[in-house]
Design a protein around this ligand. Structure first.
Ligand code: 8YV
Length: 349
């Protein structure tokens, strides 16, 4: 029997090409215009799949995994994998992969675009100009925050929370702005301390010192609401918060209150606590720039992500170890080994 790869979204053609080159049967499940199937539909379809290839932020909860514990893998299209119940997957002997590396530079670019747009109020000024409200001198002035040293030659401080691949790529881009860079990441403390051009700070201190705070940590139980009421109160009233990581890292309700009260100067967000819903009050604020989760959204990068996810899915369908493992310990589990044993001799992929 052919191995079956279930793709519950409108995968990019480059990824489809890779899948088509394998001997696996590929099943696409999606509505018109890229509408995602419901959990119920995925749960039904997954029973007949060997590997699942979900879109990065598509929830893959326990119920889907339990519907088919015989899955040989889940190849997530995205570097983040908080959408998948990885603990249950590991218990059931289901390998999980992601797409790190290929989206690092693109996401760092977007974090900077958002930082600059928020600091200089670019979307607000764009709407003002485009809608014909600009009547020449004497009109509204979109007074922003300096990113570089500004007229008074005061270098600004960039605080990076999460110093993985994307956090480091963000740091490199700050060079031209002559910024002081500080970073917080308990897992990278040694690496940050040893690196030139960046200084380690504990979270409280980083929040107090930074003119810009940018989030690049994964969503885990330790980073959930890492930035809440108390943390926002530690920030400078002139500071700007940028989030291109995951929405729930920030307590969105507390952020709306802080922005309303002018506790911080602004926020640039690409991710939200309950995407695509926004916390009431957020979109009415003047001092926010809001994007619809487009950190990795360039043609080139999304194509590469699709290719990586497709390759990962084919390797797992073959019972092989792909390079981008989220739970490498799974291969040692009895659940996985038993599963593979039962399928040995099947050379149809
Ligand atoms: C999404 C992302 O996966 O890679 C990630 O972690 O957040 C994004 O690249 C992408 O939007 C697909 O849904």
């Amino acid at each position: 029997m052919k191995r079956r790869i279930l793709v519950p979204w409108a995968m990019l053609p480059k990824g489809r090409e890779v899948l088509n080159q394998s001997k696996a049967e590929v099943v696409y499940l999606h509505g018109p215009n890229g509408v995602l199937p419901s959990l119920k539909e995925i749960t039904q379809a997954v029973r007949f799949a060997d590997v699942l290839l979900p879109r990065g932020t598509q929830p893959i909860p326990k119920t889907i995994l339990q519907a088919n514990p015989n899955l040989l893998g889940i190849a997530n299209f995205g570097v983040g994998y908080d959408n998948i119940d990885v603990i249950t997957a590991t218990q059931l002997g289901i390998p999980v992969t992601n797409t790190p590396g290929v989206l690092t530079e693109t996401t760092a670019d977007l974090a900077w675009a958002l930082l600059m747009a928020t600091a200089r109020k670019i979307p607000q000024a764009h709407i003002y100009t485009k809608s014909g409200q600009w009547k020449g001198p004497g009109g509204k002035v979109f007074m922003g925050q300096d990113i570089g040293p500004g007229g008074s030659n005061q270098p600004k401080t960039l605080g990076i929370i999460g110093f993985g691949r994307i956090g480091q790529a963000v740091m490199k881009r700050s060079l031209g702005f002559k910024m002081k860079v500080i970073a917080y990441d308990p897992l990278m403390k040694k690496a940050i301390t040893q690196r030139k051009g960046v200084a380690y700070r504990e979270l409280d201190q980083l929040l107090r010192e930074s003119d810009f705070v940018t989030l690049h940590c994964p969503l885990t139980k330790d980073t959930y609401h890492l930035i809440g009421k108390n943390e926002l109160e530690m920030m400078k009233p002139t500071a700007i918060l940028i989030n291109t990581s995951r929405g729930p890292v920030v307590d969105e309700k507390a952020l709306v209150t802080a922005l309303k009260k002018g506790r911080i100067a602004g926020a640039g967000l690409d991710v939200y606590e309950k995407e695509p819903k926004l916390t009431p009050g957020l979109s009415q604020l003047e001092n926010v720039v809001l994007l619809p989760h487009i950190g990795s959204a360039t043609q080139d990068t999304r194509e590469q992500m699709a290719i990586v996810a497709a390759r990962n899915s084919i390797l797992m369908a073959k019972g092989k170890k792909p390079p981008h493992m989220v739970n490498p310990e799974v291969f040692k589990t009895k659940a996985y080994q038993m599963k593979l044993k039962g399928r040995m001799g099947d050379e149809s992929i």
